[in-house]
Design a protein around this ligand. Structure first.
Ligand code: C5P
Length: 232
């Protein structure tokens, strides 16, 4: 599986998103569309970005009863996205139903990735609010194993967790990793960050990069720098 840089297009209008993508005249970056943009603009923004030739990771983090997730995934599959995701906390049954729903009549389907524990959840919150009394790292690896057992392709995790995920679930199991910053860049609200170069060293399969590219003076140069450090 080829490594790639996914650009998080965290905008809330189609206009701003397309204006941003217009900067790229030579390359077609892999684009992540999240809840904000999807809820604002609906499926049409997905179709438009696909028409322009980009691959799309639709980051909607589904979590519901298996039948509902199966049907929702069938709709996303028809939208022709390349990657989508769900919460592993929805259980193995929900994840298996998602794979079924996502699979097209010809047997192909978008990549399906699981969120394990959100990075906004720490040990204390997990114990207090969720009554999960195991070490966070163990919970993340257990959820990753469940995702693999359900037939998913990988997980969203920190680049720092990529080696352990690959050790637990195998090298082919994908790690899609946000929390990436340039060595000389602003960390913003991200805490546990790594550079694209370090993410490559740690074995991440995809990095998800938002503000270091979207807010850069020269977004195309920032994107190329990510590709140079992570892919080339
Ligand atoms: O701007 P920045 O590079 O921090 O954007 C990272 C992207 O990855 C955002 O879209 C954010 O929602 C997403 N993300 C994250 N951490 C996670 C999961 C997703 O930063 N654990």
């Amino acid at each position: 599986m080829g490594k790639d840089v996914i650009v998080a297009c965290d905008f809330n209008t189609a206009e701003e998103t397309l204006r941003f993508l217009d900067n790229f005249t030579e390359e077609k970056p892999y684009v992540k569309i999240g809840m904000e943009l999807f809820y604002a603009e609906g499926p049409e923004i997905v179709r438009e970005i696909k028409r322009r030739g980009h691959k799309i990771f639709l980051d909607l983090k589904l979590h519901d009863i298996p039948n509902t997730v199966k049907k929702a995934m069938a709709v996303l599959s028809r939208l022709d996205v390349d990657m989508c995701n769900l919460h592993a906390a929805g259980t193995v049954a929900m994840m298996k139903a998602a794979v079924e729903g996502l699979t097209r009549p010809d047997g192909t389907r978008p990549l399906l990735i699981a969120v394990t524990q959100l990075t906004s959840t720490d040990q204390e919150r997990m114990e207090r609010d969720l009554l999960i009394n195991e070490p966070l790292e163990k919970v993340v690896m257990h959820y990753a194993s469940n995702a693999k057992a359900a037939g998913l392709d990988g997980v969203v995790c920190s680049p720092l967790e990529s080696p352990a995920v690959h050790e637990t679930c195998g090298k082919e199991f994908l790690t899609v990793t946000p929390g990436v910053r340039f060595a000389d860049g602003d960390k913003g609200d991200q805490v546990r960050v790594t550079t694209p170069e370090k993410a490559k060293e740690l074995g991440s399969d995809y990095i998800v990069v938002g503000r270091p590219i979207t807010q850069a003076q020269d977004p195309v140069a920032a994107y190329r720098r990510c590709i140079k450090e992570f892919v080339d």
